[in-house]
Design a protein around this ligand. Structure first.
Ligand code: GLN
Length: 524
């Protein structure tokens, strides 16, 4: 039952095959059994069970609120949740309990969905591995999958040792791990430079970054206001479209959401790609791209071509500047956003309070990790009067050129771009942390950042398993506000690929709390 899609589980709830409370309890036991993944910072057990009970009452009285009523979902811990701690995986906000819900959280709760917990991330969503948070790194469920274990045994005749576990990618790694290990049916992430798509691709789930301005950012603790978008992580493309249907639309509390009404729709089941024109950006074929990912990408392009779509090589000449440009703009906005954490109003306050200056300095030194502090420092440097023109203004101009590259392609008849999501599939944690984390967090989003700078919708879809049995995702980028068209193409692709459902064989041993009967239901 936990493997079901949103539509299937909703049908099961409506037909009374399972009750909201049973469903909630099942998810909670699986969360307990998979605690070693470190996917959740806070499990909202009590409130979730209360919400499930209320939903159950509605079903009993024939007053269900619709397709989401009683369905457990998880939320990245950088969205405000009323009465539930919201930490941004930072010592700065440990124990901070917001008084209100982010709009996207409220919208799901209004549909009767059950908030099961808050997921782990890189501190303040700065990172690409989910390894840099104050609550420790997130483990990729695929490290414990049957596929991964069998492949490792085949190749080296050794078992997967505890040290061999893989990163999830980030920064929404907790949400990706939660969805891919079946502890919830959908999760919210955030995407500023790739943080939803990157972990989705590494955990074998779908990760959607909607068009900037379509989904409210109210209550999403800001990283880069001009690029942040709430992201959606699900196990299939249809589910992502269903969640977007609830979240999309104008919010008076976020002036950057567009006024036009948003019409969500169910994605068609029969999809014709004959008139579709797919662009393959040649600049994305970088030397750092792993050969496995590159070959999956070419195979996907061929698949579209032999199925009747027009596939052409295109150019995005300014994309090569996107990493540098992103990091000037990101640091500048971070420097300004983080100024609010000064030990006076929110969260942590240092005891070194001889003067206001020492209080600020000590609070921020104790509260932030080195990635966050590094970005604050460089951002303030870029914004100095003598540097502003040379860095911030220049980066804004380059950002415009990057966006214009996309606009030209979409105006010339390209419908969707097909690219890799990440340079390589998930790597073992021990490999990942060899590099300095400040450098690492700036390099990994080479294929995803440009869509944030241009405000375009983009989705990562699981495409294949690597030789080791680890997921490889591909990214589709679409026209602004054509999110549903983008998802339709993604759905067509998903159907052809038939990505294998994860077999979390290794986890079975850890399921002490779950009865034998339930075990076979989870893993059969
Ligand atoms: N890895 C990028 C960064 O560290 C993107 C993060 C994000 O999308 N939240 O800034």
């Amino acid at each position: 039952m936990l493997r079901a899609s949103l539509r299937e589980i909703s049908a099961a709830l409506k037909e009374g095959q399972v009750s909201p409370t049973e469903l909630c309890q099942k998810c909670l036991s699986l969360i307990r059994a998979t605690r070693f993944l470190n996917a959740y910072i806070t499990v909202a057990e009590d409130t979730a069970l209360k919400q499930a009970e209320t939903s159950e009452k509605r079903y009993r009285q024939g007053q269900s609120l619709g397709d989401f009523d009683g369905i457990p979902f998880a939320v990245k811990d950088n969205f405000s949740t009323a009465g539930i701690q919201t930490t941004c995986a930072s010592n700065m906000l440990k124990g901070y309990v917001p008084p209100y819900n982010a709009t996207v959280v409220q919208k799901l709760l209004d549909q009767g969905a059950v908030l099961i917990g808050k997921t782990n991330l890189d501190e303040f969503a700065m990172g690409a591995g989910s390894t840099d948070g104050a609550f420790g790194p997130v483990r990729n469920p695929w490290s414990y999958s049957r596929q991964y274990r069998e492949k490792c045994a085949e190749n080296s005749s050794t078992q997967v040792e505890d040290d061999d576990w893989l990163i999830t990618g980030g920064s929404s790694g907790g949400s990706a791990a939660a969805v891919s290990s079946f502890t919830c049916f959908a999760a919210l992430g955030s995407d500023t430079g790739g943080s939803t798509r990157n972990p989705a691709s590494r955990c074998g789930v779908v990760g959607l970054k909607p068009t900037y301005g379509l989904v409210s950012r109210h209550g999403l603790i800001p990283l880069v206001n001009s690029m942040d978008v709430p992201g959606i992580l699900t196990r299939c493309v249809d589910d992502a479209a269903t969640v977007l249907g609830v979240l999309g639309g104008h919010d008076p509390k976020d002036s950057t959401t567009v006024q036009e009404p948003f019409y969500s729709c169910r994605l068609p089941s029969l999809i014709d790609i004959k008139n579709l024109c797919i662009g393959i950006p040649k600049e994305y074929n970088t030397p750092e791209l792993s050969s496995e990912t590159s070959s999956v990408w070419s195979k996907a392009a061929n698949l579209f071509e032999i199925s009747g779509a027009k596939v052409i090589e295109v150019s995005l000449p300014h994309t090569c500047h996107s990493i540098v440009c992103y990091h000037v703009l990101c640091a500048a906005e971070v420097a300004s956003n983080m100024a609010r954490f000064d030990g006076l109003e929110y969260g942590h306050r240092s005891s070194a309070d001889q003067s206001t200056e020492t209080l600020y300095a000590a609070t921020r030194r104790e509260g932030f990790n080195d990635v966050v502090r590094g970005r604050i420092l460089s951002g303030n440097y870029f914004l100095l009067k003598q540097n502003y023109e040379n860095y911030f203004i220049k980066a804004q101009k380059v950002r415009r050129l990057i966006a214009t590259d996309f606009a030209k392609l979409f105006n010339s008849g390209i419908d969707v771009l097909l690219t890799p999501t990440t340079l390589s599939p998930a790597v073992p944690y021990v490999e990942f942390i060899k590099e300095d984390n400040r450098t690492r967090s700036t390099q990994d989003d080479i294929f995803t950042q440009a869509a944030n700078m241009a405000g375009l919708p983009a989705v990562s879809v699981p495409a294949a398993l690597s030789e080791k049995g680890v997921p490889i995702g591909l990214q589709f980028i679409g026209r602004a506000f054509h999110d549903m068209q983008l998802l339709t193409v993604a759905k067509w692709f998903e159907k052809q690929v038939q990505f294998p459902v994860i077999q979390l064989q290794g986890m079975v041993d850890q399921l002490d709390a779950v009865s034998q009967k339930e075990k076979s239901a989870f893993f059969s």
